[in-house]
Design a protein around this ligand. Structure first.
Ligand SMILES: Cc1cc2nc3c(=O)[nH]c(=O)nc-3n(C[C@H](O)[C@H](O)[C@H](O)COP(=O)(O)OP(=O)(O)OC[C@H]3O[C@@H](n4cnc5c(N)ncnc54)[C@H](O)[C@@H]3O)c2cc1C
Length: 506
C-alpha cells in the first residue's frame, strides 16, 4: 500500500501539488509530508498565470478574496505583444492575446475580419475585451461572485506570497506535514524503487512514493534516478533572464494585462502588481551579451531605476524524457522548462499535479498500470506547449537580427508545427484542428496569435450572407462594449474594494 508520500520542494509547484493531492487523499488515510530545504530558496519568479488557475483555487476551497488580499493579486485579461512584427513594415505594432473567446459573438466575425482590409486589429474586430484593457478596467464588479468573470481573466501575483498562501491552506485544510530539511540522498530497493529519503542531518525517512518538486536542480528525478533531460534549446533559443522589481505609486493605473515587448534577441515581460512592476528581460545568450541585456533593460525603463541591480537567471529549456519513473513523479521546474512567454510553467505544473491526483496509485502494483498513460499525456502537453511558444517567434516577419532569422529555420521547428503552419498559411484554423482534450492551448489561443501576427494569405470572400451575419454580430458586440464600459470599474479601484469588502462567495 502507498501510505506515506513525500513532496520534495516548497515552491509554487510543491505547494500546488500538496493541495491537489491533499484534497483527494486526505480521507484515504494517506500521509503527505512536504520537505523543503531551509538553505535553497525558491526561484521566486513566475507571476503570470492563465485562466485555469481559477478552477484549481476554487477546487481547493480557497476564497478568491483571501487570495487577492494576501498575494498582491491583480487581474490579467490578456497578453499584449508589442513589436513582434517588423517595425520597418508595420511601425510600432502590438496585438492582444485575450482571455475572452474570439467567437463569443459568433464564428462569422473571424471570417469577416479575414475578408476585410484588416485596418482594425483582429482582437478589436472580434472581441470587446481590448476596449476594457485599454481603459484599464477590471474584468468583473464587486458584486460578481468569486471566480466568475464578466470578462475572461487569470491573475498576476507575488510568487513568494503565493507559495506561502498555498502552504498555509494545504497545512490547515489537507493536513500536509511540513518538514525543513535538505535531501541529500535516496535509498532504493533491488527494483530501483525509492524506499527512503536521506537528509543532510543523516536522518533516513521511509516513504512509499516521492514527488520531486525541487526546481531546476531536479534533486531526485535527475540527480539520483538519472532520468534523461531532453534539451530543447534547438527549438527555443532564449536561455537567460534578467529580472527586476520596480516600485509603483498607489495611485498608478494597473494594466490588466501582461506586456510582452520583443527585442532583437528575445522579449521583455512587464507585470503590474498593486505596488510594483515585475520586469524581466528574456534573451538568448548566443545572440546578446549580458552587457547588452543590462543596457536594453535600463533603456526599457527609460534609464530610471539605474540603482536597481537585476538578478540573472539561467534557464534550462527542455523536459524530462519521463515524468513518472518507478515511484517518483517530477512536477514543476524539475519536469522541465518552457521559457516564460504565455505563462505556461505554472499551468503545466498545475495540470500535472491535478492529473496525478486523479489517478494516484493505491499500491505499488498500480504504478505499472498508470505511469505509461501519465507519461504519454504529460509529454503531449509539454510538446504542444513547446510548439505554441515557438510559433510566436517563427511566424514573425522580423529580420533585424540573427536571432529572428534563426528562429525561422525549419530545423528549429517540429514537424507538426511546420505542417500546421503550412496549412494555416492558406486556410485559417478550425476548431477540429485541435482534436485532443489535452490541448492546453487550442483554437481560441491560436486564432489570436496567428491573426495578431497577420500570418497567411487566407483572405476569405465577403459574401452578402456573411456580411449580414457580421453586421448583426457587430451590433451585439458594440452594444455590449457600451454596457461594459459603463459597468466595469477601474482595475485598481476594484482591487482596493475587494481588499476592503471582499467578493461574494459563489
Ligand atoms: C525567468 C522566469 C520567469 C518565469 N515566469 C513565469 C510566469 O510568468 N508564469 C509561470 O507560470 N511560470 C513562470 N516561471 C516558472 C515558475 O517560476 C515556476 O514554474 C514555479 O515557480 C514553480 O517552481 P518550482 O516550485 O518548480 O521550483 P522552485 O521555486 O525553485 O522551488 C524549489 C524548491 O525545492 C527545494 N529544494 C531544492 N533542492 C532540495 C533538496 N535537495 N532538498 C529539499 N528541498 C529542496 C527548494 O528549497 C525550494 O523550496 C518562470 C520561471 C523563470 C525562470
Amino acid at each position: 500500500m502507498i501510505k506515506n508520500i513525500a513532496i520534495v520542494g516548497g515552491g509554487t509547484a510543491g505547494w500546488l501539488t500538496a493541495n491537489h493531492l491533499g484534497q483527494v487523499l486526505l480521507e484515504q488515510g494517506v500521509s503527505i509530508t512536504l520537505i523543503e530545504s531551509p538553505n535553497i530558496p525558491t526561484i521566486g519568479v513566475g507571476e503570470g498565470t492563465v485562466p485555469s488557475m481559477r478552477q484549481s483555487l476554487k477546487k481547493f476551497g480557497i476564497r478568491e478574496s483571501d487570495f487577492i488580499r494576501e498575494c498582491d493579486v491583480t487581474f490579467k485579461q490578456s497578453i499584449k505583444f508589442v513589436n513582434w512584427l517588423d517595425k520597418k513594415k508595420h511601425g510600432e505594432n502590438y496585438y492582444h492575446h485575450l482571455f475572452d473567446s474570439p467567437v463569443l459573438f459568433g464564428d462569422e466575425l473571424t471570417a469577416g475580419w479575414l475578408g476585410s482590409e484588416q485596418n482594425e486589429s483582429y482582437a478589436d474586430y472580434v472581441s470587446k475585451q481590448t476596449f476594457c484593457c485599454d481603459k484599464m478596467l477590471a474584468p468583473k464588479t464587486i458584486t460578481t461572485p468569486e471566480y466568475i468573470g464578466i470578462n475572461g481573466y487569470a491573475y498576476h501575483f507575488d510568487a513568494k506570497k503565493f507559495a506561502l498562501f498555498l502552504s498555509k491552506h494545504a497545512i490547515k485544510h489537507f493536513a500536509i506535514q511540513h518538514l525543513l530539511a535538505d535531501i541529500s540522498d535516496i535509498k532504493v530497493d533491488c527494483d530501483g524503487y525509492i524506499t527512503h529519503l536521506e537528509t543532510a542531518d543523516n536522518e533516513s525517512i521511509a516513504f512509499d512514493f516521492v514527488i520531486d518538486c525541487s526546481g531546476f536542480s531536479a534533486a531526485i528525478i535527475g540527480d539520483k534516478l538519472g532520468v534523461e533531460f531532453l534539451d530543447r534549446s534547438d527549438l527555443l533559443l532564449t536561455d537567460t533572464a534578467l529580472t527586476l522589481q520596480v516600485p509603483t505609486c498607489s495611485s498608478d493605473a494597473i494594466p490588466p494585462y501582461t506586456i510582452a515587448t520583443a527585442h532583437q534577441a528575445g522579449w521583455i515581460w512587464d507585470i503590474a502588481l498593486t505596488q510594483r512592476r515585475g520586469i524581466g528581460l528574456v534573451y538568448s545568450s548566443k545572440h546578446m551579451s549580458d552587457e547588452q541585456a543590462h543596457k536594453k533593460l535600463h533603456h526599457y525603463l527609460g534609464n530610471q531605476f539605474t540603482d536597481l541591480v537585476p538578478r540573472k537567471i539561467p534557464m534550462k529549456v527542455g523536459r524530462r524524457k519521463l515524468f513518472w519513473h518507478k515511484n517518483c513523479v517530477a512536477i514543476g521546474l524539475s519536469q522541465g522548462f518552457v521559457e516564460p512567454l504565455e505563462a505556461t510553467a505554472i499551468l503545466l505544473a498545475d495540470f500535472s499535479a491535478s492529473l496525478l491526483a486523479k489517478r494516484f496509485p493505491r499500491t505499488h502494483a498500480d504504478i505499472s498500470l498508470l505511469n505509461d498513460a501519465y507519461n504519454k499525456k504529460v509529454s503531449y502537453v509539454w510538446d504542444q506547449t513547446f510548439d505554441f511558444i515557438k510559433m510566436h517567434y517563427c511566424i514573425s516577419d522580423r529580420k533585424d537580427s540573427a536571432f529572428w532569422l534563426e528562429n525561422k529555420a525549419p530545423d528549429s521547428q517540429s514537424e507538426k508545427l511546420q505542417n500546421n503552419l503550412a496549412r494555416w498559411q492558406r486556410f485559417s484554423p478550425i476548431r477540429e484542428d485541435f482534436d485532443s482534450k489535452f490541448d492546453l492551448f487550442d483554437f481560441d489561443n491560436y486564432l489570436y496569435v496567428l491573426n495578431g501576427m497577420k500570418l497567411g494569405d487566407n483572405k476569405l470572400k465577403q459574401t452578402p450572407v456573411l456580411m449580414k451575419k457580421v453586421s448583426e454580430q457587430k451590433k451585439r458586440q458594440q452594444y455590449r462594449v457600451k454596457q461594459l464600459l459603463s459597468e466595469l470599474p477601474d482595475h485598481r479601484e476594484l482591487i482596493n474594494k475587494i481588499k476592503e469588502f471582499g467578493l461574494q462567495k459563489q
